[in-house]
Every structure is written in structure tokens, then in C-alpha cells.
Design a protein around this ligand. Structure first.
Ligand SMILES: Cc1cc2nc3c(=O)[nH]c(=O)nc-3n(C[C@H](O)[C@H](O)[C@H](O)COP(=O)(O)O)c2cc1C
Length: 372
């Protein structure tokens, strides 16, 4: 007999902590485009160690990314990433508290495989698994899989069919047929179902109107771009309003951030200057600039390059423990439910964050202490 229970009772991603915490990108190079020797390298032992540090600090989420080709030249370290389903299931088997997600690109993985992989991982993780569904466009990944460019509307129409099949495989007791524009399933069936009812949480980072509609229809978490505080506040509010009005549902809003914790803000900024500018992996930054290909003024160019060096995107969380805790509290007040974070020296830094920042969030009433 398999256990089954409401996901809100099993999965910390649904906790009522006012600011939820996650670690991002440790199935590959940690996210910073830098040559400093302390930068995270994706060995299995080190990713387990970093995930255990986050688990012990009470983080709600451990999230890998889905990247299949190098972002720079062939053989560049950005092309060395663990496959997210296998990685996440292995990591989840070692943790006691956190939710582990897989990140899955809909066009690279058939939904029948994804449904069974998530269900299996949910059993491995005792109902603490979730899925980040991506519909990205990274040209080298799409080319390697042989996918034609079907445009943003096409990708989300594909994702809509993919996710409809996934949910039916997770929830229906009888076989079903599905025939869409892109996907066809005959006598669809998948057992076991996930432990979590009705099914594991879905996250998506779509930025387009089509992406937002996909989140509204199917997802529990919107992973939004980070811009100014005012922009994120408006975006969080408008996202919630849209999802409530168009789809009658509620979603959580998460963002990403890169963290440098030092004894002072000045020290943290100096370290960013060092690792993200002076020691930036320039070939890697150049390659990303080329993919994104946006016209920029010289000042915008310098800021953009610095951000690309510092992390895989997102907001800077810099300074001492108080500075970082205060910024996380400010984000919660803007309507942000969770932050997925990256660090350069991930393993040590997450432990320091757990010792120094998490207790401040607990004292301020933004998080509850983890029950041992
Ligand atoms: C924080 C974040 C993480 C993302 N992770 C991935 C990823 O791992 N793999 C991928 O192919 N795309 C990833 N994307 C791309 C998104 O899935 C999405 O395609 C992108 O935000 C553009 O939005 P759109 O698809 O609505 O145009 C990510 C985007 C964001 C903002």
C-alpha cells in the first residue's frame, strides 16, 4: 500500500513561512560566471553536501536548472550539468526537510516519462518533490534536440498539452486517450501516482503573456524576473490578480538572488567586484551577451556584464547577516513568497547563512524554527 496525503501537509513549499528560501543551480556550476577557484563545481559529493546544508538550515526548496549544452565554447564548464530528474531524486533521498524539484524542459522530455519520474521521485522523497516546468529557447539546446523554433506561442501551446497529459497520468484511475496539436497518447496510464494529492507543485518562469497564462492555468509557483523593487511589487500584485480573475486560483511568487554575506556591505561589494568583474569568466559573459543580443548604453553594458558575472540573474543580497535578513523581509513585504539563491562558495556560505541569517528571520517572525 502506498502512502498518500495532501501536499500541504507534506511539502514545505506550502509552509506558511512569510519568506521561503531555496538554493538554485547546484546541479551544475553554481551560477556565477567567474574564474575564482572557490567557485562551486558540480561534483556529486559537493552538491549533496550543499543540499544537506540547505536542508539543515530549513530551506524549503532545492532547485536544479535544465541545461544540456555549453553556454560558451564546446567543453566549457557551463556544459557540465547533472540531469535534473536523476540528480533531484538522488539528492532528495538524502534530505529530511526540503522539497526537491526537478527542472524539466517540456520539449526535451515526453510527459509519460516525466509523470513516472516525478511520481517515483515523490515516493523517494516522502511527498516532498515538485517540478519546475520550463519552455525556454536556449538555441544550442533546442538545436541539439532537433527542435524547430515554434515561437513563444507554440512553446506554451505545447506545454499546455504536455501538462494536461501529466496531470491526467497523475490523477486518473482509468486509461485515457489524448490527441492534441503536438502530442498524442493512446490508453494513457501511469502507476504509482505521486504521494502528494492532488499532485506535486508545478513552477514556471515564463515571462511572456503566454507564460503567465500557462502559470495561471497550471502552476502553483511563478518564478518571476527580478528588476527594481517597485517593478517586482507591481508584477507580484498583477500576477496574482490575473491568476485569480482569469483562472480562479492563487499562486506563490518566487524570485532569484545571488548572495554574498560578509561582515559588512562594503566587504561584500568588494568581493562582487573581485569575482564578478576582475575575475569574471569573460568568454562566458560574452557568449551570454551574444545570445541575449540587446542594444545597451555603455553604463547598461557594464551593469549587465557585472550581473551576468555575479550569478545566473536575479537580485543582489549583499552585506552582513542583518543587511541580508532585512532585504529578505523587505521582499516579503513586496509580496514575494520565496527566493531561490545562488552563492560562489556555496557549501560554506549556506552554512553561514543558516547560522546567522535564518535566526534573524525567525526572530522577526518571518519564519518558524525548523522542528527537529
Ligand atoms: C529564474 C529563471 C530560471 C530559468 N531556468 C531555466 C532553465 O533551467 N532551463 C531553460 O531552458 N529555461 C529556463 N528559464 C527560461 C524560462 O523558462 C522562460 O523561457 C524565460 O523566462 C522566458 O519567458 P518566456 O518563455 O515566457 O518567453 C528560466 C527563467 C528564469 C527567469
Amino acid at each position: 500500500m502506498f502512502l498518500s496525503a495532501a501536499r500541504s501537509d507534506l511539502n514545505p513549499i506550502f509552509s506558511d513561512n512569510k519568506i521561503k528560501l531555496g538554493i538554485f543551480h547546484i546541479n551544475g556550476p553554481g551560477g556565477a560566471r567567474t574564474l575564482v577557484p572557490e567557485n562551486f563545481k558540480p561534483s556529486w559529493d559537493d552538491s549533496v553536501d550543499a543540499a544537506i546544508a540547505a536542508d539543515e538550515a530549513g530551506f524549503e526548496a532545492i532547485v536544479p536548472y535544465s541545461r544540456w549544452t555549453s553556454e560558451a565554447t564546446p567543453g566549457h564548464q557551463s556544459g557540465t550539468t547533472f540531469e535534473p530528474f536523476t540528480w533531484a531524486a538522488g539528492i532528495g533521498s538524502r534530505l529530511r526537510h526540503s522539497c526537491v524539484m526537478s527542472t524539466c524542459h517540456v520539449m526535451h522530455v515526453h510527459p509519460i516519462f516525466a509523470a513516472k519520474a516525478v511520481a517515483t521521485a515523490d515516493h523517494i522523497c516522502n511527498g516532498r518533490f515538485a517540478l519546475n516546468v520550463v519552455c525556454g529557447w536556449i538555441p544550442s539546446d533546442m538545436k541539439m534536440f532537433g527542435h524547430a523554433d515554434i515561437g513563444v506561442a507554440g512553446r506554451y501551446a505545447y506545454a499546455d498539452e504536455w501538462t494536461a497529459i501529466l496531470k491526467r497520468l497523475w490523477t486518473e484511475d482509468t486509461e485515457f486517450d489524448f490527441e492534441g496539436k503536438y502530442l498524442k497518447v493512446e490508453s494513457g496510464y501511469s502507476r504509482p501516482h505521486p504521494i502528494q494529492k492532488p499532485y506535486p507543485a508545478l513552477m514556471n518562469a515564463g515571462g511572456s503573456d503566454e507564460g503567465q497564462n500557462f502559470v495561471g492555468k497550471h502552476c502553483d509557483i511563478a518564478f518571476i524576473r527580478t528588476e527594481t523593487h517597485e517593478w517586482m511589487k507591481n508584477r507580484a500584485a498583477s500576477y496574482r490578480r490575473f491568476v485569480a480573475e482569469a483562472h480562479g486560483r492563487a499562486v506563490q511568487i518566487w524570485i532569484q538572488a545571488y548572495v554574498v554575506q560578509r561582515d559588512s556591505y562594503v566587504e561584500a561589494i568588494r568581493y562582487v567586484d573581485y569575482y564578478a568583474v576582475e575575475q569574471a569568466d569573460r568568454a562566458h559573459v560574452d557568449a551570454i551577451m551574444k545570445i541575449r543580443n540587446r542594444p545597451l548604453s555603455p553604463e547598461e553594458n557594464a551593469t549587465y556584464r557585472r550581473n551576468l558575472g555575479a550569478g545566473p540573474g536575479g537580485l543582489p543580497l549583499l552585506g552582513n547577516a542583518h543587511d541580508i535578513a532585512n532585504e529578505l523581509i523587505a521582499l516579503s513585504r513586496l509580496g514575494i513568497d520565496g527566493v531561490l539563491m545562488t552563492w560562489v562558495d556555496v557549501r560554506e556560505s549556506v552554512r553561514r547563512f543558516g547560522r546567522e541569517v535564518v535566526p534573524l528571520l525567525e526572530q522577526a517572525g518571518y519564519r518558524k524554527p525548523l522542528r527537529q
